[in-house]
Write a protein that binds this ligand. Structure first.
Ligand SMILES: CC(C)(COP(=O)(O)OP(=O)(O)OC[C@H]1O[C@@H](n2cnc3c(N)ncnc32)[C@H](O)[C@@H]1OP(=O)(O)O)[C@@H](O)C(=O)NCCC(=O)NCCS
Length: 209
């Protein structure tokens, strides 16, 4: 593993870069459409825009999208995949991942996260710092499990689900596509697609397409 290109010079991108460096990538280079206004992301250099990442594809061993918004991350990752770039996942060395769990391409797993036996994480997901994905959970593509979120055993999350920081979801609950769980919430029942829920127990705040 030598050179990793990261699309998205964000704060989240910094955490991806840090995890990548600690897990063996020798060089990390950022790209962002705010370039050339932004040329630096913390200690890392921003070298060009999303168009440049395509033009310079042969110079990288892997590429990953580091954008917190699930839908934006999905669209950009798809563009990179269609263009034939090698979309990789990044796992912080302190994360604990069962030998019997699966993680899709383009996903990141941050420090102290735990993914237990027979859990499946889709493509382009963020399993953020300290998040816990218990046994037999099925997490769809382009989900974000925020810091210290907990999915108890057998939870199913559809594509584009966002579970906020410190939120917990009871075992076997089904979160429909695009559900957002507010930070600190406790989800006890299945949530239909598109609902934004908050509180303890979690109730619908509003619905979004
Ligand atoms: C649920 C959430 C998406 C709603 O965001 P929003 O649509 O901008 O909603 P608002 O902030 O305008 O809040 C609307 C109301 O819900 C309440 N509310 C929002 N989030 C809440 C939460 N997590 N728990 C309890 N109440 C909450 C607000 O106090 C407000 O109540 P009010 O109308 O009585 O004043 C957001 O608050 C949230 O929790 N996001 C997750 C953040 C997170 O985990 N970030 C980690 C990134 S790594």
């Amino acid at each position: 593993m030598k050179r990793l290109a990261i699309l998205g010079a964000s704060g989240h991108g910094k955490v991806v870069a840090d995890a990548a460096s600690l897990s063996g990538w020798r060089e990390v280079i950022f790209f962002d459409d705010a370039w050339p206004t932004i040329t630096q992301n913390g200690p890392w250099k921003v070298s060009g825009s999303s168009a440049d990442i395509m033009a310079q594809a042969s110079e990288f061993d892997g590429v990953i999208v580091a954008i917190g918004n699930n839908r934006v991350r999905k669209d950009l990752q798809r563009e990179l995949s269609v263009a034939g770039l090698n979309v990789v996942s990044v796992v912080h060395p302190s994360a604990t991942i069962s030998y019997f769990a699966e993680i899709g391409a383009g996903s990141v797993v941050f420090a102290n996260a735990v993914i237990n036996a027979c859990a499946s994480i889709g493509s382009g997901c963020i399993v953020n710092t300290g998040a816990v994905v218990e046994h037999d959970c099925l997490v769809g593509d382009f989900c974000h499990l925020s810091p210290n979120a907990v999915l108890a055993g057998g939870v199913s999350a559809g594509e584009l689900v966002w579970v906020g920081a410190g939120a917990s979801v009871k075992q076997l609950v089904v979160l429909g596509e695009g559900v957002t769980v507010g930070m600190g919430s406790v989800v006890l029942r299945d949530i239909p697609a598109g609902h934004v829920v908050i509180g303890v127990p979690a109730r619908t705040l509003y619905f979004q397409e």
